[in-house]
Design a protein around this ligand. Sequence first.
Ligand code: TRP
Length: 336
Amino acid sequence: MKNADFLTGITPSGTPHLGNYVGAIRPAVETSKDPNLSSYYFLADYHSLIKNHDPKMRRQSTLEIAAAWIALGLDHENCVFYRQSDIPEIPELTWILTCLTAKGLMNRAHAYKAAVQENEAQEHKDPDKGITMGLFSYPILMAADILMFNARKVPVGKDQVQHLEMARDIAGRFNHVYKKLFILPEEVVDESASVLSGLDGRKMSKSYNNYIPLFDTEKRLRKMIMKIKTNSLGPDEPKDPDTCTLFSIYKAFASPKEAQDMADRYRAGIAWGTAKQELFEYINEILKAPRQQYNELMGNPGDIEAILKKGAAKAREFSVPFLEKIRTSIGITSLG
Ligand code: TRP
């Protein structure tokens, strides 16, 4: 296996929704098909231990996310699709990197600082109340995910940019102290990727509980879309597409020409009921075939397991010999 041109992780912490599709899954599916690129996608199940202590939920989410990515067309023969916990080299590298990472660097991590600030705001005696070492050293595990495959480019959301800076910092430290083995990875933040609005108009997200699941039944999908908040303009009154959640969702799926036509119909006063029904029909058409495949996969979790195991074997063709090199360079090596 070749090192990763592109690598990204998905934390299994919920049910895949429309926002995940347009923001992360759709672009990754495209990249996964490129025969000239080596791309790595993985389920970051060790990362999910940080926030969630429910084993059933972790297993279910891992299953749903893997099934969703496969059903939506991820080319798992061409790319490397695996589960983090199937790669024992990753936690091993995590410890090696932990011993090179300045504690001060971790003190500056946004997620940790936000948790401390929250404790201070609540006037807790201990500013570290409820903060685990997992949360604190999360960026080191993420650096190991990336450096284990010497990834060049890492597609992430804006909130992850600091973690990439830290991964570069840690890689540079290793290269300086031991041997120049690591490529310094770069984030790819796609500004043009759609950020979808949710039912209430805020960003569609699990934490706001305003999301539309990708693979509910047709009936439930329709019901969710009918729930999207609109204003009280009546039928025939001209409407502004640019401030409308319904339209922004339509636009994320439709071609530019279709979006333009819909925008014209807004200005001509399309009724909310009609707009919602059309959005439902449009999205449902796109999701119909993947939904069927998703349901088949969910009924045969052994097939998903087999795909992930195959992916892990491919990934380890790289990580096993590379970790051996790393171990040799730090003086953990055969004595005989
Ligand atoms: N921290 C990422 C997130 O919350 C998920 C992730 C884990 C990841 N390891 C990674 C992303 C490595 C890119 C590369 O979105």
